[in-house]
Design a protein around this ligand. Structure first.
Ligand code: ADP
Ligand code: MG
Length: 495
């Protein structure tokens, strides 16, 4: 394996794309002669995962530098810094009926909202969730979009009660599409590639808004897409509706991403800086960040065996899809080399991704004396009976990986804030600035959340960190997309 070790804790292991060498986990029948202890593996893990202030500061600076490089020229950095074309954010004055469609995983959500302006705000919302038949994830573009448009048409037919469209207007929709898109305007974008298990033929290279519009026409559904948005952008818009100080949005769920409000004059690669507000939202795609992260041999192995080696390294270190898997790899090593679960290696523990992030989160909530919850998770997931001592080590492993993830996510956030602050002296750190957070990992993992906040406070110091509010976004990205349809309405604002 092509691995280079750089300084004791800060490392980069991807030197070539061909560094992929799959190492298969082996079953080792330990015979009690192991001299390595679980505790010593843990100590080394803690050392390799350590995120003292200098490591965090390095991440902050590198994140800010990478952002700048990505804004300078297309392909200038690991961070794509995708322009969202969203330069009109919700103000609270929006009025009328708007729809949203969220396609980002195995489900799609449709939503409608009746907005009543500053006084009445959200008069009413309704939503439905529809799961996508697996065969459509491997079908044709027309089949997928026809299915979505017909779901949308059925939902629109049930409109009534508090929802009403002003006469003479067409229904407008905000389309949240969480796949990599090369956006060409607020209401168009070319699909770069499908991810997350989708392999629909004929869509890559096409404008996904045109695909949806054509399907809506086939369904005789009179609706118009006014805004195509990424889920981070939807989250930012949704939070901004309630709070003018929201400047950054971060998703920590299965994957991770962040976006923020940028000045158009700070984007050299922008060809047409004709934003009316002078600002626009930039989608960082920060999951691809990799500079100076404290990585371990377990991370290296997981990456090498992944479907996208050497890519999305930040995502692989801090997001929900991977934290449980890193812990599993450490526990497997402890079982093989240090008899953590007795003389044989539990077979279930050999299965990649068998330990999930919600499992390690559940174990960390166990405060009982004998750590019974830890014992039952280990039994269910790995099929082992564990001693109290082994359970304590397991908790320490979970904590080490969650701590590293949370603290690095915090450093990433400070990196974005620092970049913004340097360009606009005092406008970020000198006043209240809100970072809107969303995603299952952030929402459900209290220790992770605490480590993230601690790192932000450590990095910014007590005074500045009083101005920086990191909070869970209450509405998520769905309503944000509808609000963006409203703020980018072809009818203008009905104020
Ligand atoms: P997605 O990112 O797929 O759009 P979510 O934002 O709902 O969806 O995040 C789901 C992810 O959040 C899961 O894949 C898991 O990693 C993480 N997660 C869910 N529940 C928990 C939990 N109780 N503790 C820790 N992580 C969780
Ligand atoms: Mg999501």
């Amino acid at each position: 394996m092509s691995v280079i070790a750089v300084s004791p804790a800060v490392g980069s292991f991807c030197i070539t794309r061909s560094a992929k060498m799959v190492s298969r986990p082996r079953v080792v029948m330990a015979v009690g002669s192991n001299t390595i202890s679980g505790a010593s593996i843990l100590t080394k893990l803690q050392k390799d995962c350590a995120t003292p202030l200098p490591v965090l500061r390095h991440v902050v600076d590198a994140m800010a530098d990478d952002m700048r490089a990505g804004l300078a020229v297309e392909g200038g950095s690991d961070l794509k810094m995708i322009l969202s074309y969203v330069d009109a954010l919700p103000t609270g004055n929006e009025k009328g009926l708007f729809y949203a469609l969220d396609l980002g995983g195995t489900n799609f959500r449709v939503l409608r909202v009746q907005l009543g302006g500053k006084e009445e705000r959200v008069i009413s919302t309704e939503f439905e969730q529809v799961s996508i038949p697996p065969e459509l994830m491997f079908g044709t573009t027309e089949e997928l979009f026809d299915f979505i448009a017909s779901g949308l048409a059925k939902f629109a037919q049930k409109e009534g009660g508090k929802f009403h469209l002003q006469q003479g207007k067409t229904r407008e929709i905000g389309f949240t599409f969480s796949f990599p898109v090369k956006q060409t305007s607020i209401d168009s974008g070319i699909l770069i590639k499908w991810t997350k298990g989708f392999a629909v033929s004929g869509t890559a290279g096409k404008d996904v808004v045109a695909c949806l519009n054509e399907a809506m026409k086939r369904q005789e559904l009179d609706m118009r897409v006014s805004a195509l948005v990424n889920d981070t952008v939807g989250t930012l818009a949704g939070s901004r509706y309630w709070d003018d100080d929201v400047m950054v949005a971060v998703i920590l769920g299965t994957g991770t991403n962040a976006c923020y409000v940028e000045r158009v004059d700070a984007i050299p690669k922008l060809q047409d800086p004709s934003s009316t507000s002078g600002r626009t939202i930039v989608n960082t795609e920060w999951g691809a960040f990799s500079n100076g992260l404290p990585l371990t041999e377990f991370d290296q192995q997981m990456d090498a065996e992944s479907i996208n080696p050497c890519e999305q390294i930040f995502e692989k270190t801090i997001s929900g899809m991977y934290l449980g898997e890193i812990v599993r790899r450490v526990l497997l090593r402890m079982a093989e080399a240090a008899d953590l679960f007795g003389h044989s290696v539990p077979e279930k523990l050999l299965m990649p991704f068998s330990l999930r992030t919600p499992d390690i989160c559940a174990m960390q909530q166990d405060t009982s004396k004998d750590l019974e919850e830890v014992g039952s998770v280990l039994y269910d997931v790995a099929g082992v009976n564990s001693s109290t001592n082994a359970r304590k080590i397991v908790i320490d492993v979970c904590d080490t990986i969650a701590k590293r993830g949370g603290r690095l996510a915090g450093a990433g956030i400070v990196g974005i804030l620092q970049k913004m602050e340097l360009d606009s002296k005092g406008l970020i750190f000198g006043k209240r600035t809100v970072v809107a957070m969303d995603g299952g990992l952030y929402e459900h993992y209290p220790q992770y959340r605490r480590y993230l906040q601690e790192a932000v406070t450590e990095l910014l110091g007590p005074e500045i960190s009083r101005n920086i509010v990191i909070e869970h976004s209450k509405d998520g990205s769905g309503i944000g997309a509808a609000l963006l349809a409203a703020s980018n309405s072809k009818y203008g604002h009905d104020i």
